[in-house]
Design a protein around this ligand. Structure first.
Ligand code: FES
Ligand SMILES: [Fe+2]
Length: 345
């Protein structure tokens, strides 16, 4: 069998490729954007889906809505960060919108003949939830239902013994990496590097090829790793790492109820933004949480070195492509096939 090759290395630096990915992949994908705890009261939070700036709101009626975070006047970003308030006011000329997206007032509009106030609503974005997790999609007219996009993910998470409805948000981790978004995804999708590059991780989780199981189901890729030494106190006997194409990562470590979830977001061909929201069961001890965050932070720093090193290699132009290990890197093959198919559509 001929050896499987990676995507062409030019795809990791080419602005044209990224433009195609934004239009053909991210423009129509559901993406995790935040959690319901951010909107326990009427208010909003600003986020993004692909390159679309988005503001998610919850009005007094309790309904979640999302809009393109661009003012209908002259394009300033209306919302920044998050706030508990009943209106969205653009900082540029103070056009004021309701949390339902309707333009409520624009200074001096009474001096304008036939000012079309009713037509200047914020542009809607699709929004939906899975447990406490809020997702948005920048193509509301054509988006498939969120439940369809998630596929077997909720069932697989429930099957390991985790009830997402009971989880409490703990903290958010954020990072920018000097690497193409696909390199960050591909690094997530194999644990062939774990024994070599993550010694602490590999002491806790059995990363040997027989124990560490890879599977795919549609756009979902899953890695299962048993704990090397499970204790009777462990409610979750193994780790589950899910990846929902195009770029959502979900980590569940063994032990106490926990999950971290977040997207991998391209900024430029060679720069990527990530965030992870950490959630824990309501009874998980602070010491266990602190240990997990420290452990994950260590793995994250090791991975940064890896992905930024790969970016320098592929960007050198010295080689056309690399090769994939057919067993250990099968999830990368799956990711690359989905990505190439979306670009050639
Ligand atoms: S750009 Fe928003 S009020 Fe002018
Ligand atoms: Fe890693």
């Amino acid at each position: 069998m001929p050896v499987e090759t990676t995507l062409p290395y030019g795809w990791y630096t080419d602005p044209e490729i990224l433009r195609g990915e934004q239009d053909r992949i991210f423009r129509s994908a559901w993406q995790y954007v935040g959690h319901t705890g951010q909107l326990a009261q009427p208010g909003y939070f600003a986020t993004r889906v692909g390159r679309t700036p988005v503001v998610v709101t919850r009005d007094r009626d309790g309904v979640l809505r999302a809009f393109v975070n661009v003012c209908r006047h002259r394009g300033f970003a209306i919302a920044e960060g998050e706030a508990r308030r009943e209106t969205l006011q653009c900082p540029y000329h103070a056009w004021t919108y309701g949390l339902d997206g309707r333009l409520r007032s624009a200074p001096r509009s009474d001096e304008e003949p036939d000012f079309p106030q009713d037509e200047l609503c914020l542009v809607p974005v699709a929004v939906d939830t899975w447990g406490p997790f809020v997702f948005a999609n920048a193509s509301p007219d054509t988006a498939e239902p969120l439940a369809q996009a998630l596929g077997s993910l909720p069932a697989q998470v429930a099957e390991v013994g985790l009830d997402v409805e009971t989880l409490v948000h703990h903290s958010r981790w954020e990072a920018e990496l000097e690497a193409n978004w696909k390199i960050v995804c591909e690094n997530f999708l194999e644990c062939y590097h774990c024994q070599v590059a993550h010694p602490a991780f590999s002491e806790v989780i059995d990363v040997s090829p027989d124990a560490y199981v890879l599977s795919t189901d549609g756009r979902l890729s899953t890695q299962h790793g048993p704990l090397r030494t499970a204790s009777p106190a462990d409610e979750l006997p193994r780790a589950q790492f899910h990846f929902l194409w195009p770029s959502l990562g979900i980590n569940i470590f063994g032990g106490r109820p926990n999950i971290s979830i977040g997207p991998i977001v391209p900024l430029t061909p060679e720069r990527t933004y990530r965030f992870l929201d950490y959630f824990f069961g309501p009874d998980v001890e602070t010491a266990w949480i602190d240990d997990l965050l420290a452990f994950d932070d260590q793995v994250g720093r090791e991975d940064r070195t890896l992905v930024e090193g790969v970016q320098r290699g592929v960007a050198s132009g010295a080689l056309e492509h690399g090769v994939l290990m057919s067993h250990s890197e099968q999830l990368i093959g799956h990711f690359q096939a989905l990505t190439a198919a979306a670009l050639s559509d």
